[in-house]
Design a protein around this ligand. Structure first.
Ligand code: EPZ
Length: 419
């Protein structure tokens, strides 16, 4: 049992070096299957999901080595197998990106349905429909997805019914070596997708992105390796900023180049915090009290990110009024609410709406992480609560946050890990 024990009530103060983005490095690791040559990735976060992806790459036949904590070197010389067993696939959702890269490289693949956070049904219909339009023949049997391309994979014009991040990534991965041109309409626009595109273009891919949800790929015959620096993690940034806000502290995040904090800073400012983004760092100072935020609706980028919903909720539990959340991306992404209520919060859920009535304070309790961001929300609530909190199943948190207890301790939190 991997758990975090937190004694709340300490104001956070100091500087944090921000980790590289989980949701950028994972599709880029999948993309290395498409390359011939060596890729050197810098600013790699030390996350269990990254190790899981590296295990899949090794299984496929690539050579992977981690020269030091934040550099991973992958030697892509083609795939020795296009089959990924359930034991490797079930660790996380992003393993689904190997669908696109294996089809793109090998013209076939057999993978089990991916794992990942339980946020409601997470079907793959958008992924599979798009790949079928590119000439991929797909059968689903006994929990496995088996793909072949009887007549080769070709470009297509694909309009997504919803700007799915994973489906957009899989289409790009399948298209870069396909025969002909692929146009994606209503593509997801998250910054991590742009990082994937930048990596692939450095490897020789021909991709244009309008920035407005249209992506155009012209297939090429091969891709080389390259050096690439992973972008900073905007979700982790918001998480540590929320921890500062919840504890009445002041924290500076360093190595934040390239993060567009405007999209979520506005909500920290509505809470009464002051935020200053210098480009290389982001500084947040909390206000004397936390003001409520009337409405927080999660939407595809550039809307308010669903991955920030839980951590913002944990701050607003002690606001001086009522805040209302609307979760529009996942069907079951309020699984952290029970734990927050156990800690004294007053949150009621009505379908996709969650109404948070601010309370005077939270109290320590025994809780269990339900998913990656929900677990982070419980840690933030515990930092501000009176007394001791134990967050068990901390492995969920380790999937997306690098050494969270060390980082929070370095800015004054009383938090230890017990296994
Ligand atoms: C990515 O998940 C992220 N994961 C998620 O981050 C993030 O919450 C999500 O995008 C939305 O931004 C990674 O990048 C590894 P989607 P993904 O496909 O690709 C439905 C985190 O905390 N859908 O955009 O799975 C789906 O059920 C994680 O870091 C279909 O219906 O997200 C969901 O309701 C959690 N059919 C919605 O679309 C499909 O074929 C958004 O899913 C695909 C998706």
């Amino acid at each position: 049992m991997n758990k975090l024990v937190i004694n709340g009530g300490k104001k956070l103060s100091g500087e944090i070096k921000l980790q590289g983005a989980k949701n950028s490095i994972l599709p880029i690791l999948s993309a290395t299957v498409l390359t011939n040559g060596e890729t050197v990735l810098e600013n790699c976060p030390d996350l269990s999901d990254v190790y899981a992806s590296c295990r899949i790459l090794t299984h496929i036949g690539l050579k992977v080595c981690r020269e030091n904590p934040d550099i991973i070197v992958i030697s892509g010389t083609g795939a020795k197998t296009s089959e990924i067993p359930d034991s490797l696939m079930s660790c996380m959702r992003s393993s689904v990106n190997f669908l696109g890269s294996l089809i793109g490289r090998c013209g076939e693949c057999s993978i089990s349905f991916p794992g990942g956070c339980q946020l409601g049904p997470r079907p793959l219909d958008i992924h599979l429909s798009a790949l079928r339009s590119m000439g991929v023949s797909i059968s689903e049997e006994h929990g496995y997805i088996k793909c072949t391309v009887p007549h080769g994979i070709h470009g297509a014009k694909i309009t997504l019914p919803f700007p799915s991040v994973g489906a957009t990534e899989n289409i790009i991965l399948a298209a870069v070596l396909a025969d002909g041109e692929t146009e994606i309409i209503n593509a997801a626009r998250e910054p991590e997708i742009n990082d994937l595109i930048l990596y692939l273009k450095k490897c020789g891919a021909r991709i244009q992105s309008s920035g407005g949800g249209n992506i155009f790929v012209e297939g090429v015959s091969s891709l080389s390796g390259t050096d690439f620096r992973i972008m900073p993690d905007r979700i982790a940034a918001a998480t540590y900023m929320a921890a500062a806000a919840a504890t009445g502290g002041a924290v500076q995040l360093n190595c934040t180049e390239g993060i567009d904090t405007d999209l979520f800073t506005v909500y920290f400012e509505q809470m009464g915090c002051r935020v200053y983004n210098s480009g290389k760092s982001v500084f947040i100072k909390s206000g004397k009290s936390i003001k409520p935020v009337k409405s927080l609706k999660t939407m595809p980028y550039p809307g308010f990110p669903t991955d920030m919903q839980a951590v913002f909720m944990s701050v607003l539990c002690c606001a001086s009024g009522t805040s209302v959340f609307e979760e529009n991306i996942f069907e079951d992404r309020y699984r952290h609410v029970d734990a927050l209520n156990r800690m004294g919060a007053d949150i009621k859920v009505y379908g996709k709406i969650a109404v948070v009535e601010g309370v005077e304070r939270l109290y320590g309790a025994e809780v269990s992480a339900t998913d990656l961001r929900g677990g982070a929300a419980m840690v933030i609530a515990a930092l501000s609560a009176d007394g001791k909190t134990t967050v068990s199943e901390a492995g969920h948190i380790d999937r997306g946050y690098e050494k969270i207890e060390q980082i929070l301790s370095s800015v004054g939190a009383d938090i230890i890990r017990k296994s």
